[in-house]
Design a binder for this molecule. Structure first.
Ligand code: CP
Ligand code: NVA
Length: 323
Protein backbone atom coordinates (compact mmCIF):
# COMPACT_ATOMS: atom_id res chain seq x y z
CA UNK A 1 0.00 0.00 0.00
CA UNK A 2 1.46 3.36 -0.94
CA UNK A 3 1.85 5.97 1.73
CA UNK A 4 -0.78 8.70 1.32
CA UNK A 5 1.44 11.04 3.30
CA UNK A 6 4.16 10.81 0.67
CA UNK A 7 2.07 10.20 -2.46
CA UNK A 8 -0.20 13.19 -1.84
CA UNK A 9 -3.23 10.92 -2.32
CA UNK A 10 -5.82 10.02 0.24
CA UNK A 11 -9.00 9.46 -1.75
CA UNK A 12 -7.56 6.56 -3.73
CA UNK A 13 -6.52 4.84 -0.52
CA UNK A 14 -9.38 2.78 0.82
CA UNK A 15 -10.18 1.06 4.05
CA UNK A 16 -11.24 -2.57 3.67
CA UNK A 17 -14.53 -1.67 5.42
CA UNK A 18 -17.27 0.86 4.69
CA UNK A 19 -18.23 1.37 8.37
CA UNK A 20 -16.25 1.59 11.59
CA UNK A 21 -18.11 -0.65 14.02
CA UNK A 22 -15.25 -2.45 15.76
CA UNK A 23 -11.46 -2.47 15.54
CA UNK A 24 -11.85 -6.20 14.95
CA UNK A 25 -13.14 -5.36 11.45
CA UNK A 26 -9.98 -3.42 10.54
CA UNK A 27 -6.84 -5.02 9.13
CA UNK A 28 -3.45 -3.91 10.47
CA UNK A 29 -3.03 -2.11 7.10
CA UNK A 30 -6.33 -0.25 7.65
CA UNK A 31 -5.10 0.96 11.03
CA UNK A 32 -1.77 2.09 9.59
CA UNK A 33 -3.65 3.95 6.82
CA UNK A 34 -5.81 5.75 9.40
CA UNK A 35 -2.66 6.70 11.33
CA UNK A 36 -0.85 7.89 8.20
CA UNK A 37 -3.74 10.13 7.17
CA UNK A 38 -4.19 11.34 10.78
CA UNK A 39 -0.50 12.30 10.98
CA UNK A 40 -0.87 14.29 7.78
CA UNK A 41 -4.06 15.99 8.99
CA UNK A 42 -2.41 16.87 12.27
CA UNK A 43 0.58 18.39 10.49
CA UNK A 44 -1.30 20.30 7.80
CA UNK A 45 -4.97 20.68 8.77
CA UNK A 46 -5.60 23.38 6.17
CA UNK A 47 -4.73 21.04 3.32
CA UNK A 48 -8.06 19.25 3.67
CA UNK A 49 -10.27 22.27 4.36
CA UNK A 50 -12.59 21.49 1.42
CA UNK A 51 -12.28 17.71 1.29
CA UNK A 52 -15.77 17.09 2.71
CA UNK A 53 -17.43 20.18 1.24
CA UNK A 54 -21.19 19.76 1.18
CA UNK A 55 -21.12 16.54 3.22
CA UNK A 56 -23.31 16.18 6.27
CA UNK A 57 -22.67 13.91 9.25
CA UNK A 58 -25.62 12.90 11.44
CA UNK A 59 -24.57 12.39 15.08
CA UNK A 60 -26.99 10.22 17.06
CA UNK A 61 -26.23 10.30 20.80
CA UNK A 62 -28.17 8.31 23.41
CA UNK A 63 -25.50 9.11 26.03
CA UNK A 64 -23.64 12.30 27.05
CA UNK A 65 -20.39 13.30 25.38
CA UNK A 66 -17.81 16.07 25.33
CA UNK A 67 -14.88 14.71 23.32
CA UNK A 68 -16.67 12.55 20.77
CA UNK A 69 -19.35 15.09 19.96
CA UNK A 70 -17.01 18.08 19.73
CA UNK A 71 -14.25 16.33 17.78
CA UNK A 72 -16.61 14.91 15.15
CA UNK A 73 -18.35 18.29 14.78
CA UNK A 74 -15.11 20.29 14.64
CA UNK A 75 -13.55 17.61 12.46
CA UNK A 76 -16.13 17.60 9.68
CA UNK A 77 -16.56 21.39 9.84
CA UNK A 78 -12.80 21.86 9.40
CA UNK A 79 -13.01 19.84 6.17
CA UNK A 80 -15.89 21.88 4.69
CA UNK A 81 -18.75 19.68 5.88
CA UNK A 82 -21.46 19.99 8.48
CA UNK A 83 -22.58 18.01 11.53
CA UNK A 84 -26.15 17.52 12.65
CA UNK A 85 -26.69 16.58 16.31
CA UNK A 86 -29.63 14.23 16.95
CA UNK A 87 -30.29 14.08 20.68
CA UNK A 88 -31.49 10.61 21.60
CA UNK A 89 -31.00 10.92 25.36
CA UNK A 90 -34.75 10.65 25.94
CA UNK A 91 -35.94 8.29 23.21
CA UNK A 92 -33.45 5.55 22.44
CA UNK A 93 -32.70 4.68 18.84
CA UNK A 94 -35.42 2.33 17.58
CA UNK A 95 -38.07 3.46 20.07
CA UNK A 96 -39.90 6.11 18.01
CA UNK A 97 -39.41 4.17 14.80
CA UNK A 98 -37.41 1.15 13.77
CA UNK A 99 -33.64 1.47 13.40
CA UNK A 100 -34.10 0.22 9.84
CA UNK A 101 -36.39 3.16 9.04
CA UNK A 102 -34.02 5.64 10.70
CA UNK A 103 -31.21 4.28 8.51
CA UNK A 104 -33.31 4.28 5.32
CA UNK A 105 -34.32 7.90 5.94
CA UNK A 106 -30.93 9.28 6.96
CA UNK A 107 -29.18 7.80 3.93
CA UNK A 108 -31.40 9.96 1.68
CA UNK A 109 -30.21 13.20 3.31
CA UNK A 110 -26.78 12.81 4.89
CA UNK A 111 -23.45 11.22 3.96
CA UNK A 112 -22.43 9.53 7.20
CA UNK A 113 -23.61 8.67 10.71
CA UNK A 114 -21.83 8.62 14.06
CA UNK A 115 -23.86 6.80 16.71
CA UNK A 116 -23.36 6.50 20.47
CA UNK A 117 -25.83 3.95 21.80
CA UNK A 118 -26.28 1.69 24.79
CA UNK A 119 -26.71 -1.51 22.81
CA UNK A 120 -23.89 -2.38 20.43
CA UNK A 121 -26.53 -4.12 18.32
CA UNK A 122 -28.15 -0.70 17.59
CA UNK A 123 -25.03 0.58 15.79
CA UNK A 124 -24.63 -2.72 13.95
CA UNK A 125 -28.27 -2.60 12.83
CA UNK A 126 -27.90 1.00 11.61
CA UNK A 127 -24.93 -0.08 9.51
CA UNK A 128 -26.82 -3.10 8.17
CA UNK A 129 -29.57 -0.88 6.78
CA UNK A 130 -27.82 2.39 5.86
CA UNK A 131 -25.96 2.62 2.57
CA UNK A 132 -23.78 5.36 4.05
CA UNK A 133 -20.84 4.91 6.46
CA UNK A 134 -21.71 4.33 10.11
CA UNK A 135 -19.13 5.04 12.83
CA UNK A 136 -19.41 3.59 16.33
CA UNK A 137 -19.04 6.56 18.70
CA UNK A 138 -19.19 4.26 21.79
CA UNK A 139 -21.56 1.53 22.88
CA UNK A 140 -21.76 -0.49 26.09
CA UNK A 141 -19.44 -2.98 24.40
CA UNK A 142 -16.95 -1.00 22.32
CA UNK A 143 -15.22 2.35 21.85
CA UNK A 144 -13.18 1.95 18.66
CA UNK A 145 -12.51 5.65 17.91
CA UNK A 146 -11.03 6.00 21.38
CA UNK A 147 -8.68 3.04 21.05
CA UNK A 148 -7.51 4.17 17.60
CA UNK A 149 -6.68 7.61 19.02
CA UNK A 150 -4.97 5.97 22.00
CA UNK A 151 -2.69 3.80 19.89
CA UNK A 152 -2.00 6.77 17.61
CA UNK A 153 -0.97 8.70 20.74
CA UNK A 154 1.27 5.86 21.95
CA UNK A 155 2.84 5.78 18.49
CA UNK A 156 3.78 9.44 18.85
CA UNK A 157 5.64 8.66 22.08
CA UNK A 158 7.40 5.40 21.11
CA UNK A 159 7.71 3.08 18.12
CA UNK A 160 4.42 1.19 17.96
CA UNK A 161 5.90 -2.28 17.62
CA UNK A 162 6.10 -5.56 19.48
CA UNK A 163 8.23 -3.87 22.14
CA UNK A 164 5.27 -1.89 23.49
CA UNK A 165 3.76 -3.08 26.77
CA UNK A 166 0.44 -1.52 27.74
CA UNK A 167 -1.38 -2.28 30.99
CA UNK A 168 -5.09 -1.58 31.54
CA UNK A 169 -6.13 -1.48 35.20
CA UNK A 170 -9.81 -1.52 36.16
CA UNK A 171 -13.17 -2.38 34.63
CA UNK A 172 -13.19 -4.70 31.61
CA UNK A 173 -15.44 -2.23 29.79
CA UNK A 174 -16.01 -0.79 26.31
CA UNK A 175 -12.69 1.12 26.27
CA UNK A 176 -10.83 -1.93 27.55
CA UNK A 177 -12.45 -4.13 24.87
CA UNK A 178 -11.40 -1.86 22.02
CA UNK A 179 -7.88 -1.59 23.45
CA UNK A 180 -7.72 -5.40 23.55
CA UNK A 181 -8.85 -5.70 19.93
CA UNK A 182 -6.43 -2.95 18.88
CA UNK A 183 -3.49 -4.57 20.69
CA UNK A 184 -4.20 -7.85 18.90
CA UNK A 185 -4.25 -6.12 15.51
CA UNK A 186 -1.11 -4.08 16.18
CA UNK A 187 1.03 -6.79 17.80
CA UNK A 188 1.20 -5.07 21.17
CA UNK A 189 1.57 -6.74 24.59
CA UNK A 190 -1.44 -5.86 26.72
CA UNK A 191 -2.04 -6.94 30.29
CA UNK A 192 -5.42 -6.25 31.89
CA UNK A 193 -5.98 -6.38 35.66
CA UNK A 194 -9.63 -6.42 36.78
CA UNK A 195 -11.45 -7.58 39.91
CA UNK A 196 -13.44 -10.83 39.83
CA UNK A 197 -16.69 -10.38 37.97
CA UNK A 198 -15.48 -7.29 36.09
CA UNK A 199 -13.15 -8.96 33.61
CA UNK A 200 -13.35 -8.13 29.91
CA UNK A 201 -16.03 -9.95 27.91
CA UNK A 202 -14.64 -13.44 27.11
CA UNK A 203 -15.97 -13.29 23.54
CA UNK A 204 -13.97 -10.09 22.89
CA UNK A 205 -10.88 -11.75 24.36
CA UNK A 206 -11.48 -14.78 22.11
CA UNK A 207 -11.80 -12.50 19.06
CA UNK A 208 -8.54 -10.81 19.99
CA UNK A 209 -6.73 -14.11 20.60
CA UNK A 210 -7.69 -15.29 17.11
CA UNK A 211 -5.71 -12.40 15.56
CA UNK A 212 -2.99 -12.07 18.21
CA UNK A 213 -1.19 -15.17 16.93
CA UNK A 214 -0.61 -13.61 13.51
CA UNK A 215 0.67 -10.26 14.82
CA UNK A 216 2.70 -11.52 17.81
CA UNK A 217 0.45 -9.70 20.32
CA UNK A 218 -0.07 -11.10 23.79
CA UNK A 219 -3.21 -10.46 25.83
CA UNK A 220 -2.99 -11.32 29.49
CA UNK A 221 -6.04 -11.06 31.76
CA UNK A 222 -5.35 -11.17 35.50
CA UNK A 223 -6.46 -9.90 38.91
CA UNK A 224 -3.37 -8.31 40.42
CA UNK A 225 -2.68 -4.73 39.25
CA UNK A 226 0.73 -4.68 40.98
CA UNK A 227 1.92 -7.63 38.91
CA UNK A 228 0.18 -6.51 35.72
CA UNK A 229 1.85 -3.07 35.59
CA UNK A 230 5.44 -4.36 35.93
CA UNK A 231 7.45 -3.35 32.89
CA UNK A 232 4.57 -1.43 31.29
CA UNK A 233 5.40 1.49 28.99
CA UNK A 234 1.96 2.91 29.67
CA UNK A 235 -0.69 2.36 32.32
CA UNK A 236 -4.30 3.00 31.26
CA UNK A 237 -7.44 3.25 33.33
CA UNK A 238 -11.06 4.28 32.84
CA UNK A 239 -14.01 5.05 35.12
CA UNK A 240 -15.21 2.29 37.44
CA UNK A 241 -18.88 2.94 36.56
CA UNK A 242 -19.56 3.64 32.90
CA UNK A 243 -22.48 5.61 31.49
CA UNK A 244 -25.62 3.61 32.28
CA UNK A 245 -24.08 2.09 35.45
CA UNK A 246 -24.53 5.16 37.67
CA UNK A 247 -26.69 3.23 40.15
CA UNK A 248 -23.73 0.88 40.80
CA UNK A 249 -21.26 3.71 41.51
CA UNK A 250 -21.01 3.12 45.25
CA UNK A 251 -20.80 -0.67 45.06
CA UNK A 252 -18.18 -0.45 42.35
CA UNK A 253 -16.09 2.06 44.33
CA UNK A 254 -15.73 -0.64 47.03
CA UNK A 255 -14.95 -3.44 44.56
CA UNK A 256 -12.36 -1.39 42.67
CA UNK A 257 -10.68 0.26 45.69
CA UNK A 258 -7.44 -1.70 45.16
CA UNK A 259 -7.38 -0.82 41.47
CA UNK A 260 -6.68 2.89 41.75
CA UNK A 261 -3.80 4.04 39.57
CA UNK A 262 -1.76 6.02 42.09
CA UNK A 263 1.88 6.94 42.59
CA UNK A 264 2.73 3.59 44.19
CA UNK A 265 1.33 1.64 41.25
CA UNK A 266 3.05 3.88 38.70
CA UNK A 267 6.37 3.32 40.53
CA UNK A 268 5.98 -0.42 39.94
CA UNK A 269 5.50 0.24 36.23
CA UNK A 270 8.68 2.26 36.02
CA UNK A 271 9.94 5.82 36.00
CA UNK A 272 9.27 6.33 32.29
CA UNK A 273 5.76 4.82 32.17
CA UNK A 274 3.05 7.02 30.68
CA UNK A 275 -0.40 7.41 32.17
CA UNK A 276 -3.44 7.16 29.87
CA UNK A 277 -7.18 7.69 30.38
CA UNK A 278 -9.96 8.18 27.82
CA UNK A 279 -11.66 10.82 30.03
CA UNK A 280 -13.90 11.85 31.67
CA UNK A 281 -11.86 10.98 34.79
CA UNK A 282 -12.78 10.83 38.44
CA UNK A 283 -9.77 12.02 40.42
CA UNK A 284 -9.43 10.20 43.73
CA UNK A 285 -11.27 7.14 42.40
CA UNK A 286 -9.77 5.26 39.43
CA UNK A 287 -6.80 7.65 39.32
CA UNK A 288 -4.97 9.74 41.91
CA UNK A 289 -4.73 13.45 41.03
CA UNK A 290 -0.91 13.24 41.40
CA UNK A 291 -0.85 10.75 38.49
CA UNK A 292 -3.34 12.22 36.03
CA UNK A 293 -1.95 15.72 36.55
CA UNK A 294 1.71 14.64 36.35
CA UNK A 295 4.11 15.09 33.43
CA UNK A 296 3.74 11.32 32.74
CA UNK A 297 0.09 11.83 31.87
CA UNK A 298 -0.79 12.03 28.15
CA UNK A 299 -4.56 12.31 28.60
CA UNK A 300 -4.90 15.63 26.78
CA UNK A 301 -2.79 14.33 23.88
CA UNK A 302 -5.22 11.40 23.66
CA UNK A 303 -8.14 13.85 23.64
CA UNK A 304 -6.52 16.02 20.96
CA UNK A 305 -5.77 13.00 18.82
CA UNK A 306 -9.44 11.99 18.82
CA UNK A 307 -9.84 14.94 16.43
CA UNK A 308 -7.04 13.96 14.03
CA UNK A 309 -7.83 10.25 13.97
CA UNK A 310 -11.56 10.78 13.48
CA UNK A 311 -10.91 13.31 10.71
CA UNK A 312 -8.85 10.61 9.02
CA UNK A 313 -11.76 8.18 9.43
CA UNK A 314 -14.26 10.69 8.03
CA UNK A 315 -12.00 11.35 5.07
CA UNK A 316 -11.37 7.69 4.34
CA UNK A 317 -15.01 6.68 4.77
CA UNK A 318 -16.87 9.72 3.43
CA UNK A 319 -14.71 11.52 0.85
CA UNK A 320 -15.73 9.11 -1.88
CA UNK A 321 -14.77 10.58 -5.24
CA UNK A 322 -14.87 14.10 -3.81
CA UNK A 323 -11.09 14.51 -3.74
N1 CP B 1 -13.54 9.71 25.77
C1 CP B 1 -14.76 10.02 25.32
O1 CP B 1 -15.33 9.35 24.45
O2 CP B 1 -15.28 11.15 25.85
P1 CP B 1 -16.79 11.64 25.71
O3 CP B 1 -17.64 10.66 26.45
O4 CP B 1 -16.79 13.00 26.33
O5 CP B 1 -17.15 11.68 24.25
N1 NVA C 1 -16.26 3.52 29.88
C1 NVA C 1 -16.71 4.88 29.79
C2 NVA C 1 -16.04 5.57 28.66
C3 NVA C 1 -16.43 7.01 28.50
C4 NVA C 1 -15.75 7.66 27.33
C5 NVA C 1 -18.23 4.91 29.63
O1 NVA C 1 -18.75 4.13 28.84
O2 NVA C 1 -18.87 5.72 30.30
Amino acid sequence: MSDPASSGSTSRERLSVSDLLSIQDLTPEDIQLVFTVARRLKKAPGEFSLSLKGRTLAMIFEKPSLRTRVTFDVGITSMGGHALFLDHSDAKLGERESIRDVARNLERWVHGIVARTYKNRSVVELAEHARIPVINGLTDLLHPCQALADYFTLGEKMPLDSGVRLCFVGDGNNTCHSLILGAARLGIHLSVASPAGYEPNPEIVRQAMRTAGATGATINISRNPREAVRGANAVYTDVWASMGQEAETEDRAAVFADYQVNGRLMELAGREALFMHCLPAHRGYEVAPQVIDSPQSVVYDQAENRLHVQKALLLLLMAGEAL
